[in-house]
Write a protein that binds this ligand. Sequence first.
Ligand SMILES: *Cc1c(COP(=O)(O)O)cnc(C)c1O
Length: 413
Amino acid sequence: MFSERKIQEIRNQFPILKEKIYSNPLVYIDNAATTQNPLKVIKAYKYYYTKINSNVHRGSHFLSIKATTKMENVRKKIRNFINAKYTSEILFTKGTTESINLVASSISFMIKKGDEIIISCAEHHSNIVPWQVLCNKKEAILKIIPINENGKLKIEDFELLISYKTKIVSISHVSNILGIINPIKYIIDKSHEYGSYVLIDGAQAISNIDLDMQYLDVDFYVFSAHKMYGPTGIGVLYGKKSILNKINPYQFGGEMIKNVSLKKTTYSEIPFKFEAGTPNIVGIIVWGKAIEFVEDIGISNIKSYKEKLSKYFIKRLNSINENEIELYGKTKNLSKKLSIFSFNLKKFHCFDVGSILDRLGIAVRTGHLCAQPLMKFFNVSGMIRASFSIYNTIKEIDYLFDSLLKVKKILKN
Ligand SMILES: *Cc1c(COP(=O)(O)O)cnc(C)c1O
């Protein structure tokens, strides 16, 4: 377990945490939306544009080779980080959203009228809308796994929904609202029994759970750099080689071709077949530094420290009268939940609470949290979400709850 001193050392690597918001110290607890970047990532940005900037794969000049090598080394690093079998199974995209869109578009030729696609009602919009669009286009049917009142997937309902008509099951590893870790290994194996592909949205899991693509045997796994201390606008689609070789490219143009004549084009091998245009080279290269940051700390240390924060959060929450606060996604077993807490002060609107917290320097997310169907399920228009990271402290949780008491006083008047 990390000492307070160790956490302070980690905090010192994040310059943004020293910012003042309306003259209060910033308490950044919106990590499920995006995480902050450590100094080594920020420095790598400057280094890239000072020393390396060049286009990749094309030129044979010194800088281009250097940029290409550095970029491809990060692809290898990511392969290693998630234990994929082949480096060519790592495709760079803009992020989780683009990765899901890529799959929905590239497999569309396999979907026929009456086929079925399964998602859950706790998905991020980016894991709902691409499937809805695909189903509309192909007259396929979107089936929804429901959740129980504590936000857990009703697995017995999934077992009723899955069938030989199912072509793809697309589920989040961890909900960005409830923080609940879904039983994805079971879902993957069950889906494969029926010949269905499985996509796992790993946006929240990537910096919190040890991942092993070969053990999971998943077909597609997607995530974004900015949820793991890296930059925005860059992410990965992991896909099984045999499937990637079979499915269509997503976009067309430079980088992804082998031969072009004015009549006919042949495509490159994977992963390049899926990477049309100049990639986010700097984003990829500095992401490598963010992965080093996570590896240096260690996923298991991140997990156990965040569990400590979760326990303390729940302890403070339980000291508030049940009539006053509602937590969504309750569980007794905090090792089955990441430190993401969505709640409401029952008598007040989440936007009013959020804007006062903001004035006090606290960054939380309020509103529908990119999951309107889930809001409907809980019958609320929005929630307040506090999501913690390795650089958050017990003191910040105290400040949050002390601030919530202040909010109640202010809004009562
Ligand atoms: C953040 C998030 C996304 C979207 O990620 P982008 O980087 O915005 O594409 C999708 N799913 C989950 C579970 C997320 O937390």
